[in-house]
Design a protein around this ligand. Structure first.
Ligand SMILES: CC(C)(COP(=O)(O)OP(=O)(O)OC[C@H]1O[C@@H](n2cnc3c(N)ncnc32)[C@H](O)[C@@H]1OP(=O)(O)O)[C@@H](O)C(=O)NCCC(=O)NCCS
Length: 170
């Protein structure tokens, strides 16, 4: 794999590939859902993908959706086993692009229910715990919030530059 492209998906084919990645992680691997992890939020969500530049296939994904005025949620961050801790840091870059995406759309709060084993991963991305853990789909999750307030136009641009080699908008 020469390069990983990170972008907001804009074709139905790419969205279906995102769903397939999510199925492999949340249904087959984690068994968090019996049949499908797809839900009503998918219709209005922004789906973000990491794409293998060699064959243009989606290899990982995350989505974000708006729930109220200036409030957004991120969910379904899925990097399949074979791409985890890849040197291109796929999970981190998907999260960063999600943060940029919602910040650009005026989000004041960006929240997500995080599985316990991933809390540290998000703390390293400057997300903070909100309240105590709750059960979510039968599994303990921690509500966390991104530090979007620190994301001024300047830091947003420098973040974009940092992931420039792989940053692409549809
Ligand atoms: C959690 C997940 C998204 C991480 O993605 P990833 O692509 O492996 O992460 P990256 O390669 O970008 O990670 C980079 C760094 O984070 C660390 N890291 C990865 N997963 C971590 C975790 N769960 N907890 C703490 N640190 C983690 C890596 O070791 C690496 O550390 P380094 O900077 O010291 O080298 C991925 O493991 C995954 O999709 N898991 C299954 C689905 C899931 O749990 N989704 C999240 C639901 S809340």
């Amino acid at each position: 794999m020469k390069k990983v492209i990170f972008k907001i998906v804009n074709t139905n084919a790419e969205i279906q590939e995102c769903f397939a990645i999510r199925y492999s992680v949340f249904v087959e691997e984690q068994k968090m859902f019996e049949k499908t992890d797809r839900d009503e939020f998918d219709n209005n969500a922004i789906h973000i993908a990491a794409i293998n530049s060699d064959d243009r296939k989606v290899i990982s994904t995350v989505r974000c959706h708006q729930v109220g005025e200036n409030i957004w949620y991120g969910s379904r961050l899925a990097v399949p086993k074979e791409y985890r801790t890849h040197h291109t840091r796929i999970g981190i870059k998907l999260c960063k692009l999600a943060e940029i995406t919602v910040a650009e759309r005026g989000a004041k709060r960006f929240l997500a229910y995080i599985q316990k084993q991933n809390v540290r991963f998000f703390e390293r991305l400057r997300w903070q715990k909100v309240d105590t853990p709750v059960m979510h789909f039968g599994v303990k999750h921690q509500l966390m919030e991104a530090s979007l307030l620190g994301m001024t136009k300047k830091s947003e641009n420098s973040l974009k530059k940092k992931i420039q080699p792989v940053y692409a908008r549809s």
